[in-house]
Ligand binder design. Structure first.
Ligand code: ADP
Ligand code: MG
Length: 455
């Protein structure tokens, strides 16, 4: 009924919001139902939902009601199983069908969480900060005799722990379909456990978890402080280790640092291989952006991107990869909406909130000090009027970095450089951009400075 009405109002919606908007924002909506006056739509991302909600929900509501629906509100539900990100590569076909379940399909089904088919090793960009974790994950994904147990991956939010775990599970299942691989979050583990207790099926629960070949538990810090769940986890863990079954665990910090986790669990965790994912560095972020942008170029044919935008994002968004991805998604959606080239200005506009949040409050003074130190000249000379080349060039480098790494405008930067005019700053920035292309020494120095500043 509501689906029918929804179908009928499309014409009118196109008239109201325009064909392009309709195609970009309305067509992807999946109406999931109308209950108690609330119309629910499935959307692919939070940003998507927010955008539609802000811009089109009034139109949607009005038209639905005009056509006989009794709706008072529109709600958008993010359906995470349709992630907007690079399309699955190698294992996609197999993986999307299996999730982390037993493929034997005979007796019991493993109560695993579903695996995102785009989280593969192929789509994981490797850099200094994550190379060890990646290597360890690959090793486990090969299968065969267990060499370290458990593999314990830890690191801050959005650095790729879940991605690596999904990649391991999917590669194992693709290579050895008979293997019983169980991947789930610690929260789901607890949920299953509590449910089994409630339904008096604790023996089934134990049997099930002890029958897997590979157990992968994501975000194990979640069970800290949850005593009986920890207890059960500990027994499951030991039983599997005794049978030489591989265990992979992730957490947001090292085993020893998880508060309210039992000592005996901590020490068992440390018996295996503990590797951490370090915060991303500039090169890794740029690498990830370059990989993801390929996908968007396919999705949004015809959109162009000015040079320097990815570099800008990699410099400025340092929090985590999830935020970086979100920024790219939003940038493309926004650019396609307004039908403009993706430029630095557009990025600054469209991502102002994200950029502000990741702004590490780098000051121009900090940059000037670092540059002066790096080139071994006095700070007063760097800012002062001297025009000799061995001072003028570092000065331009500092201007360039100030423009790149802070949100300050050219006139503001000019003021901090001894009251220079904004055109002088612009000239300096351009000069460095030009030189960088041909002068690899300069490019190296810049990279070094950037690293030092972004620590
Ligand atoms: P965590 O579990 O550590 O919080 P996720 O694995 O969920 O982080 O990663 C967050 C997002 O960033 C995911 O979409 C993931 O695919 C992506 N991501 C993280 N690291 C990388 C990487 N090195 N290469 C490609 N994508 C990455
Ligand atoms: Mg995770």
């Amino acid at each position: 009924m509501i689906q029918e009405i929804w179908g009928r109002v499309q014409e009118a919606l196109i008239k109201r919001v325009g064909k392009n908007n309709h195609q970009t924002w309305i067509e992807p909506l999946k109406l999931s139902g109308l209950t108690d006056g609330v119309v629910r739509f499935d959307v692919p991302t939070t940003f998507f939902g927010d955008w539609v909600s802000r811009n089109f929900s009034d139109h949607i509501l009005t038209l639905l009601n005009e056509s006989g629906a009794q709706a008072g509100r529109v709600e958008f539900v993010v359906v995470s199983s349709r992630p907007v990100r690079p399309a699955p590569k190698a294992l996609s076909k197999a993986a999307s069908k299996t999730s982390a379940r037993s493929r034997s399909g005979t007796d019991d089904e493993l109560p695993g969480a579903s695996l995102d088919p785009s989280n593969t090793f192929d789509s994981f960009v490797v850099g200094k900060p994550n190379e060890l974790a990646h290597a360890a994950a690959r090793r486990v994904a090969v299968g065969g005799p267990v060499t370290f147990n458990p593999l314990f991956l830890y690191g801050g939010v959005g650095l790729g722990k879940t991605h690596l775990m999904h990649a391991i599970a999917q590669q194992l299942q693709a290579g050895q379909p008979e293997l019983r691989v169980l991947y789930l979050s610690a929260e789901q583990f607890m949920y299953r456990f509590v449910q089994a207790l409630r339904e008096h099926q604790i023996m089934d629960f134990k049997g099930l978890f002890r029958s897997v070949d590979v157990l992968m538990v994501d975000d194990v810090q979640f069970i800290a402080g949850k005593d009986s769940t920890q207890e059960e986890f500990f027994h499951t863990f030991n039983a599997l280790v005794d049978q030489n079954k591989q265990i992979v665990i992730s957490a947001d910090r090292a085993p020893g640092e998880i508060k309210d986790l039992e000592e005996r669990i901590k020490s068992r965790m440390q018996c295996g291989l503990v590797v951490d994912l370090h915060p991303t560095d500039y090169e890794l972020r740029l690498g990830i952006l370059q990989q993801k942008v390929e996908y968007y170029r396919q999705q949004y044919k015809g959109l162009t991107m000015a040079p320097g935008v990815l570099e800008f994002l990699a410099h400025r968004i340092t929090t985590n990869v999830r935020v970086l991805e979100g920024a790219l998604t939003r940038l493309f959606a926004f650019a396609s909406l307004v039908g403009r080239e993706i430029t630095l200005d557009l990025a600054t506009d469209c991502l102002s909130d994200i950029l502000r949040a990741s702004d590490r409050k780098m000051t121009i003074e900090e940059i000037q000090r670092k540059v002066a130190e790096h080139y071994n000249i006095r700070l007063s000379d760097l800012i002062g009027p001297k025009r000799v080349r061995n001072i003028a060039r570092p000065r331009q480098v500092a201007m360039y970095l100030a423009k790149q790494l802070t949100l300050r405008s050219l006139p503001e930067i000019g003021r901090r450089f001894g009251g220079r005019d904004h055109t002088t700053i612009m000239h300096g920035v351009r000069k460095i951009e030009e030189l960088m292309a041909t002068d690899s020494d300069l490019a190296d120095n810049l990279a070094m400075l950037r690293r030092a500043l972004q620590g």
